[in-house]
Every structure is written in C-alpha cells, then in structure tokens.
Design a protein around this ligand. Sequence first.
Ligand code: TRP
Length: 491
Amino acid sequence: MFQSTTTHHILTRFLISNSRSYILVTLIQIIDMAVRGSFSSRAGFILAAAGSAVGLGNIWKFPFEVGLGGGAAFVVMYLGFAFILCFPVMVTEIAIGRKTGKNPIGAFGALGYAKWSIVGKIGTFAGMLILSYYNVIAGWALGYLVEMLMGNFDIGNNFSAFTTNMVKVVFYTVTFMSITSYVVGKGVAGGIEKVAKILMPTLIIMIVSLAAYAFTLPHAMKGLEFYLIPEFDEITAATVGGALRQAFFSLSLGMGTMIAYGSYLSKKENIVTATALVTLTDVIIAFIAGLMIFPFVAFNNGGDMNNLVSGPGLLFVNLPGAFESMGPTVGVVVGSFFFLLIAFAALTSTVSLLEVPVCYVVDEMKIIRSKAVWYVSGIIYIIGIPSLLGFGVSDFFTNSIVLPASTDFLSFAASIADTLLLFGGFCIVTFAAYVWKKENLVEEIKNGYEDYEGSIAHKFLNITISYICPVLLATLFIIVVLSHFFGISLI
Ligand code: TRP
C-alpha cells in the first residue's frame, strides 16, 4: 500500500514538473516519510489511536475513580468533559501533528513558533513520567495473569505481599516495558498498528463477554446501582477536577500523543470523524468496564458496596476472590481472561506513550528507531525506580521521603502527570486558536473533509477551541492545583 502510493506520487510529480529541485525536494520528503513511517490505513490509525486511549485508564482507573468520586455523578461529569473539552483538544492535536509531520516538540517549530516547543517538552516529560509508573501497574496485571493461570486466587488477600515482592515486581515491570519497546522498535505500521489491529478487536470481545457474564452473578444489581445512580451531593471540587483529569488521561490528551499519531496520518483522512470514533470507543469501553467491575466487586463483597477497597488496589484486591467463587475451572478461565484483557489494553497504551519520546529522538537527533527505543526505555526505567520501589519494596522510597498530598511515589507521579496534561491541553488549544490561528487549523481539517467549513462540526469546534476549552481548562487547572496539592477547595 505504502509502496504503491509512494511510487505513484514520485511518477506524478516527475511528469508534472521537470524542475530538478522540485524532484529532489519530493524525494527528500519521501525518504523522510519512509524513515519516520506512517499508518497504512484509516482503520489502522483509528485502532491505534483508540488503543492508545483505551488502557489502564479505562479498566483500572475509571472504576476506582468512580468509587472514590461519588459513583454515577462522576460518570456524568466524565462524559460531559469527554465530548465538550476533550474531543476538540484531540482534533487540534491530530491536526497539528498531521500539518507538521513532526513529533510534539518539533511540531511547534515547524509551524514557525519554536518558543512554544516548551509545551511539547513538558508534554513529553509528562508522558515519560506516566509510562514510568504505568508500567508498574501493567506489570502487576501480568503477574496476576500468571497467578490466575496457576489458580492462586488468594493473591487478592495478598495484594501488598505481591506489590512488595521485589523480584516479582521488577521482573514483571521489566518484561512489560521490554514488550512495549519491542513493539515500538518495529515501527508505526509494522509494530504499533499491527498490534492494535489484533489486540483491539480481541479486547472488545473480551470485555463485552466478561460484562455479560458479570451480570449473571448474585448481587450484580447492587454493584450496578452503585455505579449508575448518581448522588449529586457528593460532587466536590475534587470530583469535578478528578473527572476532568480522568477524561484527559483516558483520551491520551495534553502531552502530544495525538500530535505524534497525527503526524503519521494521511492527508486523505477526515480528522473529525476519526476523532469522534476514537472518543466514542474510549468512552464506551470505560463505561462497559464499570458494568463489568462493579458486579464483580458486589459479588465478592456479598452485595455490600460501603466498605470498598478503593484506589489503586480496587480490582487487584476485590476480583480474585470473585473469580475463586466461580469454582476452580471457571475461575481460572475468567480470571486469566480478565488480567489478559488488562495487559492487552495496557500494551496499546504504553506503546503510544513510548512513541512520543522515540519519535522525537528519531526526528531531531536522527537516530534510528531500533536504537532510539532502547535509549529512551533506559531513561524511563530510571525515572520509574521510585514508583517501582516506593510501593513497599524499598523502605527508603516508601517511607523516607514525605510527599505532599499523596502517600506513595506512584500516586504522586500520577497526580503530577495528570495535572501537567490539563496544562498541556490548555496550551495546545490556546496556541491553535490564537497563535497559529483558527484559519490554519480549519485549512488542515479540510484535508479529508472538504465540506468542513460552515458545517455543524466546524461551528462546534470553533466555539469550543476558541472560548470554551481555554476558559474551562484554565479554570479547572487552577481548581485542580489548589484542591489537589494545597487542599484548598473552591467549590
Ligand atoms: N489513555 C491511556 C489509558 O487510558 C493512557 C495513555 C496513553 C495516556 N497515552 C497517553 C495518558 C498520553 C495521557 C497521555 O490508560
């Protein structure tokens, strides 16, 4: 596919122009494209972008945030934010990426605003920070998969013994990160896209079947009630901020992942419909994850939803017991299926997180991908040490360093990164609307969507990108910083 379009491209250009320099420029562009790589099809891009979005954020984080943040009231806010604030930010990121064909740091310079590349730098740093702790949790899922296969359901009661077992956590984290590096090393079409094409459809089948099965369990209704009936009086600054951070995180926004993925997208594709599909897939999967997890949790707790273990341990503590009650054979099958699902979801996200710094090193330092991947991974291992060992493995990282507003390094790294994403999102839309200018954004979106100008999508995106996103993101950013890091609640 790539080969034939490229050849076609060269020939047409050759025929229409005899100018030597023109041919030279075209050839350079083509070589550049071949070095950077690109998605081979529209479906490939959508699956890869949806794969980035759907991850631990949907299956592990969304349910426990719902548990902490007042159940359904949180879900309603999350949905609102996803469509009103996140969708426009995603369109903007993809458009900037496709226009420039660059990584998030180089993209701003390519548009002529090199000073703004600081936004890309902060984003790339945030992404590396996310990956450094994300890997640890993905490693837990991998470890739990092995425990389930061995029928060790007791692991749920021994969650902290598991997370403090140095050999196990180091082994699983390093294994997971190495798989990620291997995939990214294989390139955009040959690695990232290929993996997404296999894993995403599998994941959808798995999650729907698991949710359907969860409905049939005793006390399932109790779990669903908790999940779906809003208690609006539980809304506080922390829940509003939490819902927004969750939406940003879940849609992989604010750090430039979508700029990087956009840079591999063909000019023929319609960015608006692709983004709508990615957003919908992500939100639907998060929603189904809740439909699956809460009945499991209710089943395990005999219908009592009051004293849940919430926070990062929610599913690791609660679910193995539920699997055990299903009997030895069904339990092993459902339990392994479940943790395999989480590992799959995590992998399509970790590759997208690693892709951003790798793409930067390939573009700007001209180092080949297969090497760049391992250099960047090395740095991520180092940044990840406190998160890896701070969950009980090392006394120094667990107890000696007192962190503000948070108990352990992993959660602290997560809060810093999440907050940086909001800042990044604010900067990206503000940049697009007022510095790069709306007209240029519209021109880019029109590639692949000729009737965009004047359409409803255009009107909606115009208002959101120019006014609603910058104002709300700036306000919510301030609310989040005050409530999360200083304990000051404005609502
Ligand atoms: N969205 C992913 C999840 O829900 C995580 C992720 C991948 C991410 N790439 C990102 C989060 C970029 C923020 C920014 O698990």
